[in-house]
Write a protein that binds this ligand. Sequence first.
Ligand SMILES: *Cc1c(COP(=O)(O)O)cnc(C)c1O
Length: 220
Amino acid sequence: MSIANNLNTIKSTLPEHVTLVAVSKTKPVSDLMEAYNAGQRIFGENKIQEMAEKHETMPKDIKWHMIGHVQTNKVKYMASFVDLIHGVESLKLLKEINKQAKKHNRIIDCLLQIKIASEDSKFGMSPEDAKSILQLETLSEFKHVNIVGVMGMATFTDNQNQVQQEFKLLKATFDALKSLNKGLHTISMGMSGDYPLAIASGSTMVRVGSSIFGARNYAI
Ligand SMILES: *Cc1c(COP(=O)(O)O)cnc(C)c1O
């Protein structure tokens, strides 16, 4: 199967309200261009430097999503172009994104990453932390960030029941946050192995990598 075929097959199964982020981390620009030429315009990367390099060389109508863990001191390398930052997990990071976006006279869309997995390795804040960020009186002073929703990663397990419970927790968190901020509209959840379940649980944005581009080789 070609990248274009994989992409079209996946797209044909997605409901209209679900946005597909093509996760292209570790993949060469030639692979991304195959997806681009098949119509894909949203790409997700998890390393800021790799994303910045690809942004440099690729067409400028691409929307670049940062889906990985973000170190505060690296926000400046993507502030001029990043379209959506999925992994905002602290107020400190939100402040830094605001500061760097201001330098470029931009407003950067952000998702609050919620820890829904039982594994220790997954990043994210608690639903309570997310609530307190949205309730901050000083949030209105952050004029260069726009919180548009939540992101989460389920536990890496074959137990579909557990994955579903975690997705439902993210959806419930989103609903609770939306009562505080009517502007929220995005629930980023679901990857190659679990995106149909994520969509059934309320996802509006899926991040799919290996099902489009094939398995990643981290050894090279
Ligand atoms: C790599 C990655 C994905 C995509 O994973 P696949 O299983 O290849 O679809 C999705 N989300 C995040 C945060 C990732 O790091």
